[in-house]
Design a protein around this ligand. Structure first.
Ligand SMILES: [Zn+2]
Ligand SMILES: [Zn+2]
Ligand SMILES: [Zn+2]
Length: 145
């Protein structure tokens, strides 16, 4: 597992970083803890969701992935957000649906298939923004891997 792949640091990464900084969640804490953030063309639900799909639970500069959860087919930044906001238990995507467009890159708004995400070496294939390698460690919460 490469912690900091130089290939992920492209020029387009700069744009993503600028978007991250403009969100500025630390300077102005959001008091309404439950909200929806629109990223690209998708609505992302959860707790303290920011403009690049980070949330109250996962907030590093690499936590820019939202997952469309199989049960309700809505995007959430993480399983804890789904647990907090959705009023039902989460379901996982079966292997037969790994071609479903279920992963949203919060940096560029591109939606990836599960297959593509699991194969992407912790960086967005479209904009090159680094993804948190830790997410892959609990991919089995979302996908029947
Ligand atoms: Zn759900
Ligand atoms: Zn969360
Ligand atoms: Zn991207």
């Amino acid at each position: 597992m490469s912690e900091d792949d130089p290939a992920a640091r492209t020029g387009r990464d700069e744009r993503a970083r600028a978007a991250t900084e403009s969100a500025d969640v630390d300077a102005e804490p959001d008091r309404s803890s439950r909200r929806v953030s629109v990223v690209g063309e998708e609505r992302v639900r959860g707790v303290e969701v920011d403009a690049v799909t980070r949330c109250a639970h996962y907030g590093t500069d690499r936590d820019v992935v939202a997952i469309r959860v199989a049960c309700c087919e809505r995007f959430y930044p993480c399983h804890a957000c789904h647990a907090a906001v959705a009023e039902h238990d989460a379901e996982r995507w079966p292997r037969s649906s790994f071609d479903a467009p279920a992963i949203l890159c919060g940096a560029c708004g591109t939606v990836l298939s599960i297959e593509t995400y699991l194969d992407c070496e912790h960086a967005c294939p479209d904009c090159g923004h680094a993804f948190n390698p830790g997410c892959a460690a609990h991919a089995d919460r979302y996908f029947d891997v």
